[in-house]
Design a protein around this ligand. Structure first.
Ligand code: NAD
Ligand code: HSO
Ligand code: ZN
Length: 431
């Protein structure tokens, strides 16, 4: 874990040293992803089966690629009823939060005889990626699917990697069934994203692909963007904690570790104005890593992408955080709500010592599918907006059009588009 004192570096040097995580910083992965996407586009199911064997050690065929009703029933037998209830409670909270995001069609009519408005329509078919490589993510089923349900999407196609026996994790299947997923395919990684983008003999093509995943999944979404829409680049997890001397080092370290354990490529950064806190957190990280189960991932992630940065003031911490644009930002200072207005870039913001990041991962209600890799500068959390599109509505009667006819004709002539002008003129020729 790097321990950096702010006075050592200028802003840009520090940023580069800390956060070499721009979307174009993954050259070697990008090449692998491009060839996977191409192969799936050209060879459909055949490529899916090949990659299943290569990356997930699983042998599948046309019959076993899709999850059956029997497999879902079997999953319910394997999952503790108490966990099913937790899934239901999480789903309820996520649904209630996302219902507040719902957009409705609107129409404005004027006295002169015009109606203008906006028609909101759900996207017909969406693909949701649920990760399942180094961990399993039933919580991501809820986060992906509930906003789609609130938006009233007709067809939700889920993809997720199976285990080596060709089975999807039972808790993931139960979550999918509870949330109302229409079909589930046992495929993960870049090949799953390509299958949803182009369609294969078995897997349907969708109009939009959403959901988080590892670097292969995130880059595959970037690669197919344009053939389909995507939500954001939601790749390896990140947390940045801004803390002052009032923060509890034990909690801060625990929260950093909670995101570092996702992936060797995950990033966990503390920025503090207190050297005392920095040193305490450093000790806590070592102490807690020792008893956690994913020690190898934690050590690699902290070593390669983790940092404790001591800055001169909380304002400097904010400045750095805005440059990093973390997926998750925790503000653990005496008065976190005073810091909040200064935050410009972050996927989700957690305020105070009792709003740890995992609260947002599972139960709070806001979405945990969030932009990573600095893309919180322009992307937002997954939301109901991702599952709708809008059409403009225009309806004029003769009188209302008449009021605008001269302006339109002159505007069209100025653009030398006489057929445009003519379309108006013909309607008033006999006046
Ligand atoms: N940003 C967010 O909103 C968010 C939310 C949840 C999880 N995540 C992230 O999702 C990721 C989950 O990763 P995961 O690995 O557990 O599951 P995953 O499902 O994302 O990836 C597993 C798949 O990756 C492919 N793969 C693995 N090694 C490969 C290789 N060498 N070449 C090509 N393809 C390969 C395999 O096909 C495998 O099925 C983590 O990085 C986690 O931090 C992000
Ligand atoms: N923290 C992840 C998003 O980066 C989401 C997640 C799901 N399960 C546990 N964590
Ligand atoms: Zn998490």
């Amino acid at each position: 874990m790097r321990y950096i004192s702010y006075s050592d570096c200028s802003d840009n040097e520090l940023y580069k040293m800390l956060f070499d995580r721009a979307p174009d910083n993954y050259g070697k992965y990008e090449q692998i992803v491009a060839s996977i996407v191409d192969n799936v586009k050209n060879n459909g199911d055949k490529a899916i089966f090949e990659y299943g064997e290569k990356f997930d050690n699983v042998k599948l065929d046309e019959k076993s690629l899709k999850v059956t009703k029997e497999e879902i029933d079997e999953a319910y037998e394997q999952v503790d009823e108490e966990l099913v209830e937790i899934i239901r409670r999480s789903k309820k909270r996520v649904k209630e939060y996302h219902e507040k995001q719902k957009k409705y069609s609107w129409f404005d009519s004027c006295d002169s005889g015009s109606i203008m408005g906006q028609k909101v329509t759900p996207i017909e078919k969406v693909g949701v990626y649920v990760p399942g490589g180094k961990a399993v993510y039933p919580s991501s089923v809820i986060m992906n699917v509930m906003p789609a349900k609130v938006a009233e999407v007709e067809q939700i196609v889920m993809v997720t990697p199976p285990d080596k026996d060709g089975k999807v994790n039972p808790v993931t299947l139960v979550a999918a069934n509870e949330c109302g997923v229409d079909e589930i395919y046992k495929v993960g990684g870049a090949q799953a994203v390509a299958a949803l983008a182009f369609g294969t003999e078995t897997i349907p093509k969708v109009y939009k692909i959403v959901g988080p995943g590892n670097i292969f999944v995130a880059l595959a979404k970037k690669a197919v963007y344009g053939h389909v829409s995507i939500d954001s680049i939601a790749g390896p997890s990140e947390v940045l904690v801004i803390a002052d001397e009032s923060a509890n080092p034990k909690y801060v370290a625990a929260d950093l570790l909670s995101q570092a354990e996702h992936d060797e490529l995950a990033s966990a950064i503390l920025v503090t104005d207190s050297d005392v806190l920095g040193k305490e957190v450093e000790k806590e990280l070592i102490r807690q890593t020792d008893y956690l189960s994913r020690k190898d991932i934690l050590e690699k992630s902290l070593n390669d992408f983790g940092a404790i940065v001591v800055v001169k003031s909380i304002d400097d911490a904010v400045k750095l955080s805005n440059m990093v644009a973390p997926e998750h930002l925790e503000i653990c200072t005496k008065e976190p709500f005073m810091v909040l207005p200064k935050i410009k870039n972050a996927g989700a913001i957690f305020l105070g010592n009792y709003s740890p990041e995992p609260l947002g991962d599972y139960m709070a209600g806001p979405n945990h599918v969030l932009p990573t890799n600095g893309t919180a500068k322009f992307f937002s959390p997954l939301s109901v907006d991702d599952f709708i599109k809008k059409s403009s509505i225009i309806s004029f009667d003769r009188e209302a059009l008449g009021e605008l006819q001269e302006d339109i004709i002159k505007f069209a002539n100025a653009e030398k588009l006489t057929a445009h002008a003519n379309s108006i003129k013909v309607r008033f020729e006999n006046d």
